[in-house]
Design a protein around this ligand. Structure first.
Ligand code: NAD
Ligand code: ZN
Ligand code: ZN
Length: 361
């Protein structure tokens, strides 16, 4: 029987979010209903609310979540009711060219749940990344559920569902940071500070955190940054070059996603270094670079979707590190809030006061 629960929606582009009753159908074939326990507020939710990267409304927000599987549909064998799971962005096919190459973020046949959650009047909802987890329960494709150790706190585990995984993976998977590398991270919000953490886990010798907000730099130091640069006061490119013997960093991660920060990343890297773009630009942004400078620098220019993660490999491994005290996920939880606190959490994020506000149910 379909059930009615509370969920957080944006009715139209730019409208403040509202908590409303939503209808969650029983899981169909290949689907699961998950009782959400925690869901972090990511900057991408704000992009969605503002209609910056999507145009389907009403929009059910929230996509950085952990919870317990309540029910599964026909043919589901990867999870069962009672399992503690982290939700991931994509149920991938596992068979296409991208999947076979180990790049499921680019799967040609990803899918969300086929059925739709709705408002009580039957209006279909667009759930963020097919997740829509600012809700007491949500319907997802079973392939979006990855079982992890239930000893982890839901607020911490949920962070691996988006921002923290995106940042950790930008350093470890996409940037391939190696022992002894110098790494610079531009923009140290939830995602950037996770990249700082990833660089530390990978054994980087120098980790240079760059932000315009001193508070974020203090957090970065606590997470393993060896140097910090306030780019409101200091030229970031010069500072990074100076801190890397004049060469530039081996890996520079742009966790802001604006033309000016990307240019800083481009020029602050070693000639053979790697730039990783993980911040999400808006459609009107364009980039101008002298083509000769692109030619003259041999390294790689990469973008990182979801930290190039493989959920079944990375989520349980990172939860293990967390439970062993080697990965401080709790440091990213600035506050826990109720479902009706999302709009205020957006304002706090906008003012730079939090790394992550996490809705806990
Ligand atoms: N690629 C992915 O898979 C992925 C996943 C999640 C989020 N994101 C994106 O990552 C970006 C960061 O997300 P977040 O949740 O960490 O956001 P956030 O708002 O918490 O952090 C952004 C940080 O950038 C800093 N900043 C802003 N302008 C700057 C500048 N010019 N120079 C240096 N620092 C600057 C801010 O002070 C803040 O600390 C967003 O664009 C988000 O959409 C990408
Ligand atoms: Zn996100
Ligand atoms: Zn595929």
């Amino acid at each position: 029987m379909a059930q009615v629960v509370r969920g957080v929606i944006a009715r139209a582009k730019g409208a403040p979010v509202e908590v409303v009753p939503i209808v969650v159908p029983d899981p169909g074939p290949g689907e699961a209903v998950v009782k959400v326990q925690a869901c972090g507020v990511c900057h991408t939710d704000l992009h969605y609310r503002e209609g910056g990267i999507n145009d389907e409304f009403p929009f059910l927000l929230g996509h950085e979540a952990a919870g317990v599987v309540e029910a599964v549909g026909e043919g589901v064998d990867n999870v069962a009711p009672g399992d503690f799971v982290i939700l991931n962005w994509r149920a991938v096919c596992g068979r296409c060219r991208s999947c076979r190459r180990g790049r499921p973020q680019y799967c040609f046949a990803t899918h969300n749940a086929k059925q739709k959650m709705t408002l009580e009047d039957g209006t279909e909802l667009s759930p963020a990344l097919g997740i829509g987890a600012f809700a007491e329960k949500t319907l997802v494709a079973a392939g979006q559920c990855t079982k992890v150790d239930p000893a982890a706190s839901p607020a911490a585990a949920g962070l691996l569902g988006c921002g923290v995984m995106a940042g950790l993976g930008a350093a470890i998977n996409t940037g391939q940071v190696s022992r002894g590398d110098s790494v610079a991270v531009i923009g140290c919000g939830g995602v950037g500070n996770a990249a700082v953490t990833g660089a530390r886990l990978a054994g980087a010798s120098r980790i240079i955190a760059v932000d315009v907000d001193e508070r974020k730099l203090v957090t970065a130091r606590g997470l393993g940054a060896t140097h910090t640069v306030n780019s409101r006061e200091t030229d970031a490119v010069e500072a990074i070059r100076e801190l890397t013997g004049g060469n530039g960093a081996d890996v520079v991660i742009d966790a802001v996603g604006r033309p000016e920060t990307y240019k800083q990343a481009f020029y602050a890297r070693d000639l053979a270094g790697t730039v990783v773009l993980v911040g999400v630009p808006t459609p009107e942004m364009t980039l101008e670079l002298p083509l000769l400078d692109v030619f003259g620098r041999g390294g790689a220019l990469k973008s990182s979707w979801y930290g190039d993660c493989l959920p079944e490999r990375d989520f349980p491994m990172l939860i293990d590190l967390y439970l062993q005290g080697r990965l401080d996920l709790d440091a990213f939880v600035s506050e826990t809030i109720p479902l009706d606190g999302v709009e205020e959490a957006f304002a706090r994020m906008h003012r730079g006061e939090v790394l992550r506000s996490v809705v806990v149910l």
